[in-house]
Design a protein around this ligand. Sequence first.
Ligand code: UTP
Ligand code: MG
Length: 571
Amino acid sequence: MVLEVVMDLLQPSLMASIVNDGVMKGDLGHIGLMSIWMILAAVCGLLGGMGCAYYAIRASVGFGTDLRNALFRKVQAFAFRELDKFSGGTLVTRLTNDVMQVQMLVQIFLRMLIRSSMLFFGSIAMAFLISPKLSLVFAVSLPLFFIFLYALLSKSIPLYRTLQAKLDRVNSVLLENLNGIRVVKAFVRAAFEKVRFKRANEENYEVGLKAARLLAINNPIMTLLLNASIVCILWIGGAQTWEGGLAIGSLAAFITYVTQTLNAMVSLGNTLMNISRAKASSDRIIEVLDTPSSMAEPVAAPLAAGTPSAPSAPSALSALYGQVEFRHVFFGYEEGGEEPVLKDVSFLAKPGETIGILGSTGAGKSSLVNLMPRLYDPTEGSVLVNGVDVKSIPLEELRSQVGIVLQQAVLFGGTIRDNIRYGKPDASQDEIEAAARAAEAHDFIQSFPEGYDTQIGQRGVTLSGGQKQRISIARALLAQPGILILDDSTSAVDLRTEARIRTALRDRLQGSTCFIIAQRISSVADADRILVIEDGRIVAQGNHAELMVSSEVYRDIYESQLGLEEASHAT
Ligand code: UTP
Ligand code: MG
């Protein structure tokens, strides 16, 4: 950049020399020599400019890539609590559009800002060298330019802020629609959504147009100021030339320097506008980067946290392997929120036990099990796995011991095989099939023409709800976790298949502790112990027979479900 600017600053002086010492004195040799210098200077400037462009683009693209990586790492480190705060939509906009804006700014900064400010000061200095007296023109024109630029910027900065917000709106309407396109179609709301999108899009257009209009008056006014300055210079300078005080070539060079100075100011103003535009984006990026993860990793690994994954390698604490204990746990989603979701929950699940969790919808069942793999932290009390507080077990180690099938089955684009071995990428085909068989998924997977290589996701076969659930179960089973949690994972599976899955689980997970959340009593009736949850509290626990005697709530649920022929048949 320095090379390019120095060459740009040199050109008018070389031209002045051609006019003053060549043309005026009729020295052809001097003209030829200076022309060669001018060409050399132009080539050097070109090389400098190209080099600057190349490295500026490289640096800014690299910066954008680093920034995106940093954001992605940050999002991966987020606990569920932070993920609740940023919706997927804004994170997508922040990772793409906002990073792009800042990346553009870095490039403009490296190329234009440095160039403009160097040209600005360099040209003033060169003009001053030629004629200090004529340079007084700057004393009038520069303040005028500054006032105009200031007025322009103070109008455009808020406008650009609004523009970014409008673009955000367009993006969120779009993302919301893409995510919910099936619901939109099912409710025949396409017309409504079209209007909603059109409105957001038009608002964006209007603000964009306003900003463009403002930019459009920028150029004519700047040109007017520039031409007025030149007229002044010619008037005053012309008289000086006539009197012999100033060479004609020098006057021409002087005018070029003034033009360069004022042009540099114009592009400085544009850069400032770009900065104001990118500021909105960078604020949004920094907000993500500066959000601390509420889930702090323990500083040092505890000595006896149990084995990382397989029961085949028992640790000193193997007698406790798969033990889970809740001690007076309170939990709420909103920090300092009114009513906690879990209230004073205490229980002990011994290794190898199967624990059923039953309760009406919204009672807090999912919230309870989410505390075991530390998807959330309790607000009070503690959760212990294998006798150790989960807060002092490294997250990765903890989660490799606790397999969870979330209530909402989540599958990734890719083959069925990739989805099953997600938690254990090096699993062999035999292991994958064994897990799929236990989850009653093998048969339907085999019935697809491409079997385990069937693509799921956007393209290819879309699976039924029950099929998705069974693949999620297979995924959790494959890793042979010491603690397995099924959160309503067989709700979309018919009763006979569900019973077969339960039998297979018992065979496969001997020694593992199992938590089964269910709506149907039949799903948990044969558990070693059933926890009945109501309104965030454990209101009763015991096995089926005990609860039938001791718990009225349980009897109520039982009787309400008896009416279903299937349920009674299964129990
Ligand atoms: P749960 O999600 O724990 O209930 O929510 P549940 O027992 O598993 O219910 P089902 O059977 O799956 O339907 C317990 C409470 O926590 C609140 C809900 O409003 C509910 O009252 N909650 C849940 C939140 O505030 N935020 C969440 O992200 C989830
Ligand atoms: Mg739930």
